[in-house]
Design a binder for this molecule. Structure first.
Ligand code: SAM
Length: 408
């Protein structure tokens, strides 16, 4: 049965929230709007917008509403920037922190250099695209407004490859990354490749010189060029499937902010360093110790470090920083720390930093909730939280990056 409700807030996933007659989350509805919905438990399916907010705009992408990649295209610029900044402000406030929070640093459409596609069988057809929001269903796509043009221009080709290689029972995952030397295409969960399929996949990779490498379940089928990522003038070999900041411009801004803060430091620890996106930038000015769990990422960093010239000393360490964080005692030889953990944050590591004497700390995070928790640990340990900058690395999604700067 349909009902009309008044939306009075946005939830952390960007859904409209109506509180009367009882709380319901309504995707694609905005505060100030009156909408007609059909309730399905605590969620409401939007049937019509009866009174629209002046902050509403037409979504630019034809797949908006079905494709789960972008859920905020209907927000006007002002509301969008406030919403994302507030994700950070509110998470910090819940931990009792109220530092200066800068305005949201914007992100341009067509700048995401990595896309993860899924293909599934639907009867005789193969659906290729992105997951729908909160669903296992796939929304087929003809275009994408957030990915870089080199990726968007080849959607049909990627679909062709996925259709060729998809297993009978499992869904196929394809991660496409634009590197400095071309596209890295990494496929997971394929059928066991027959000699014929293997040849077809290799031919697919050979016929498009924009493809640097094609790998299937970790095995390189064709490498036209070694995929590399440029970090501060150093070409780092890109391990298939390794973590990469999604937008180069966002990575640059995060690095700029963190490096400016750490500039007076002599020796810096870069924790959760990946293949060295911050390590190699830091190493232009400081001795750096880089720690990370992912062995291929560390091997790439090590290779790049050896080949580079003009760097200060860099040491790398494979270490599980959740179980075995650098201890306060080990941190005594550093006067700066940068940490950039996965979404779960760096609770154990934050406790050791809080107990250390390290002068300056920069925290980079893709999750405001765990960032706030870790920030509260540092503040309880005597650090001042100087400033937090939200960065829009994930355009039109409800995700936001942030860089937080601490000092003692
Ligand atoms: C958000 S990424 C940041 C990587 C790098 N700083 C960059 O900007 O490219 C988080 C990194 O933490 C690493 N990681 C995840 N769990 C870890 C753990 N328990 N110990 C150490 N590193 C871990 C991941 O492999 C990944 O490289």
């Amino acid at each position: 049965m349909s009902e009309q409700v008044a939306i009075d807030a946005l939830g952390t996933r960007g859904d409209g929230i109506a509180r009367e007659p009882s709380t319901v989350f309504v995707p694609f509805a905005l505060p100030g709007e009156t909408v007609t919905i059909e309730r399905q438990g605590g969620r409401g399916q939007l049937l019509s917008v009866d009174h629209a907010s002046p902050e509403r705009r037409d979504a630019p992408c034809p797949h908006f509403g079905r494709c789960g990649g972008c859920d905020l295209q209907h927000l006007g610029d002002r509301l969008y920037a406030h919403f994302k900044r507030d994700l950070v402000v509110d998470a910090l406030a819940r931990e009792g922190l109220s530092p200066e929070v800068a305005p949201l640093e914007p992100c341009a459409p067509g700048s995401r250099r990595r896309a993860v596609f899924t293909a599934v069988r639907a009867g005789p057809r193969v659906l290729f695209g992105f997951h729908e929001a909160l669903s296992h269903r796939i929304a087929p796509i003809e275009t994408c407004l957030v990915a870089v043009p080199e990726i968007v221009a080849r959607l049909k080709r990627f679909e062709r490859l996925a259709t060729l290689l998809i297993d009978r029972k499992r869904e196929l995952r394809m991660t496409v990354t634009r590197t400095q030397t071309g596209l890295d295409v990494a496929i997971e969960q394929t059928a066991k490749l027959s000699a014929e399929l293997r040849q077809s996949a290799i031919a697919w990779g050979a016929e498009d010189q924009a493809v640097a490498r094609l790998s299937v379940d970790g095995e390189t089928l064709i490498e036209n060029r070694v995929p590399t990522i440029d970090v501060a003038g150093v070409a780092v070999p890109f391990p298939a499937g390794a973590f990469l900041q999604a937008v180069a411009g966002a990575e640059n801004r995060m690095a700029e902010i963190a490096l400016a803060h750490l500039a007076p430091s002599k020796a810096v620890a870069d924790l959760f360093c990946g293949f060295g996106a911050f390590t190699l930038r830091l190493a232009r000015h400081h001795a750096v110790h880089a720690a990370e769990f992912d062995a291929p990422a560390l091997a790439s960093l090590e290779k790049a470090r050896r080949a580079a010239s003009g760097l200060k000393p860099v040491t790398v360490e494979r270490r599980d920083l959740f179980r075995r964080p650098l201890t306060a005692k080990e941190l005594a030889r550093f006067d700066g720390v940068l940490f950039d953990p996965p979404r779960a944050g760096a609770e154990a590591q934050a406790r050791e930093i809080a107990a250390s004497g390290v002068r300056r700390v920069a925290a980079v995070s893709c999750n405001p909730v765990t960032l706030a928790r870790d920030a509260a640990i540092l503040v309880a340990g005597g650090y001042r939280l100087l400033r937090v900058t939200p960065i829009d690395q994930f355009l039109w999604s409800h995700h936001v990056e942030a860089v937080a700067l601490f000092e003692r």
